[in-house]
Design a protein around this ligand. Sequence first.
Ligand code: ITT
Length: 198
Amino acid sequence: MPKILLIGSANRGKARELAELLEGLPFEVRSLADYPAVPAPEEDAETFEENAVLKARYYSAQFGVACVADDSGLVVDALDGAPGVQSARYAGEPCDDQKNIDKLLGALDGVPWHERTARFVCCAAWVEEGQVLHETRGTVEGHIAMEPFGTGGFGYDPLFVPVGREHTFAEIPSAEKHAMSHRGNAFARLRERLERAS
Ligand code: ITT
């Protein structure tokens, strides 16, 4: 029987990406939909790293299985790093991707393209039996578009144009996004560790 590996994310768009990024590993990969509903943990840490560990620890302990979680977000230079660790809740709760996009565009009103530099950050953690077995971080540099483009992906994808490209993450196929994204980057290294451990 392959070992269970739980994807500890309540965000459907993110959980779908994580399932794609963990495909083909010798684990039985499960999502939170496979378990009874539990409240999301309080993400009260100040760094992506700490929040990723906090989430992986929480879901691993809740269900007694190995768990991977990521804490991620968008860091915008012209906004002193906002929305950062608050990316999911930037426009308040309940979290709403469209409201977050509208708020970000408002905050950047009048800011020219060359000053709209930003990066996505993803910190991932793998926890098993209370132990952090691996932590990893990935980033991707880009610009915030003047208006949303595309319908793919999730979150701020319609606004994020990676460096060297002319399209947003919401306009390209998910495999192409994974090849350059913060999450694709972080999980490529986590995959190697998971492969070695199996
Ligand atoms: P979980 O904690 O349950 O995983 P969450 O959405 O609250 O779900 P985070 O706290 O890590 O997750 O917040 C990440 C937010 O950053 C997410 O809601 C998006 O708004 C944004 N984000 C992260 N990665 C992204 C990506 O690849 N594309 C677009 N937006 C992304």
